[in-house]
Design a protein around this ligand. Structure first.
Ligand code: NAP
Ligand code: ZN
Length: 352
């Protein structure tokens, strides 16, 4: 074990602060990465503050961060895909049994024996996993992704969660030309959803509670923008959407969104507010509509998404911050005030 520099929360009410965390020595199948950028996901905020206490209680200290891009510093003897000096990325997954039915179908995100990048049991150390708000990480090769060489690194980091979480359901529900697709909530996930829906050729509509984001939504690739609090505007789009991706981080009225789906339309939730949201079943009956959920994506699909982004020159729109500004960033994220993802420049940890 060695000590890495990190930022984490000591309890659900404490601000994030500098700390040292244990990282394992590089084993035969391991890749050690010097972290250059780490995106700030709303899931980091949910977990640092223990907002998922009933489903995934946070164990402290908690070092968040699962949108990691960096440079390989060392590899184990059995590693074949990476060597020191390569760019590499790590998303939300760092372990899985690779043999269960989910893993066999390249859906490691549903492995019952898997570990997330932070706030999970760490089978290698016997302790907990610690995430990317750190200067280095050691990860089994299977969970390390290749980074297309043409992409800006600060804007690439958020692809590892916000990117795959919006790409995977669009892929699964066959988003493409001729479809009217809604993206609800123009935050980190939502703005990537807009870029993907547009790149896949769908008629892309943003549903936002923030009228001030309208211009940005159009610039990011939306064909239309609906202010979701305006009942008249919503009514005009009733029964017209093939697919809606709901990326909202707080409880909200999902019935108003269901009424926008056309016959056999699907609304997929990727936002993860812990509180239940009331659903009027009758809204689904009229039109044989479906509500679904989706969780990040498997490793193979994450690599496909990164390659798609390389080909189409897609990155996240980021505000780059030093690690020391993380508490301000969290306060802004809680107010939906980010354009459209914070990306931490880990060089800022050098002076800690
Ligand atoms: P974010 O950047 O904070 O964006 C959330 C957006 O939701 C806001 O920008 C805002 O958009 C909208 N919103 C916030 N509060 C709202 C409210 N009370 N009513 C209606 N709209 C509201 O968050 P994010 O990082 O994109 O994450 C979004 C959610 O997805 C989080 O819950 C996160 O934990 C979850 N998540 C899930 C997965 C998965 O695998 N399923 C992966 C990553 C994250 P407007 O200003 O446009 O209204
Ligand atoms: Zn995330």
């Amino acid at each position: 074990m060695y000590q890495a520099k990190a930022y984490g929360a000591a309890s659900e009410s404490s601000a994030l602060a500098g700390m040292k965390i244990p990282r394992r020595e590089v084993g035969p199948k391991d890749v050690q990465i010097e972290i250059l950028f780490c995106g700030v996901c709303h899931s980091d905020l949910h977990q640092a503050r223990n907002e998922w206490k009933n489903t995934m209680p946070t164990v402290y200290p908690c070092v968040p961060g699962h949108e990691i891009v960096g440079r390989v510093t060392k590899v184990g003897g059995e590693v074949t895909k990476f060597q020191a000096g390569d760019l590499a990325a790590v998303g939300c997954l760092v372990d899985a049994d690779l043999s269960c039915p989910a893993c066999q179908k390249d859906m490691e995100q549903f492995c019952p024996n898997g570990s997330f990048t932070y706030n999970s049991p760490d089978p290698h150390t016997g302790a907990r996993t610690y995430g990317g708000y750190s200067d280095s990480i050691v990860v089994t090769e299977h969970f390390v992704l290749r980074v297309p060489s043409n992409l800006d690194l600060a804007g690439t980091a958020p692809l590892l969660c916000a990117g795959i979480t919006t790409y995977s359901p669009m892929h699964h529900w066959n988003v493409g030309p001729g479809m009217k697709v809604g993206v609800v909530g123009l935050g980190g996930l939502g703005h990537m959803g807009v870029k993907f829906a547009h790149a896949l050729g769908a008629h892309t509509v943003v549903l936002t509670t923030s009228p001030s984001k309208k211009e940005d939504a159009l610039r990011l690739g939306a064909d239309e923008v609906i202010i979701s609090k305006d009942a008249n505007e919503m009514q005009k789009h009733a029964f017209s959407f093939d697919f809606i991706l709901d990326a909202v981080s707080a409880p909200h009225d999902i019935n108003a969104l269901v009424q926008l789906l056309k016959i056999d339309g699907t609304m997929t939730l990727v936002g993860a507010p812990e509180e239940p949201m009331p659903l009027a079943g009758i809204g689904l009956l009229f039109g044989r509509k479906s509500i679904a959920g989706s969780l990040i994506g498997g490793i193979k699909e994450t690599q496909e998404m990164l390659d798609f982004c390389g080909k189409h020159n897609i990155t996240s729109d980021v505000e780059v911050i030093p690690m020391q500004k993380i508490n301000e960033a969290y306060a802004r994220l809680a107010k939906s005030d980010v354009k459209y993802r914070f990306s931490i420049d880990m060089a800022s940890l050098q002076n800690e």
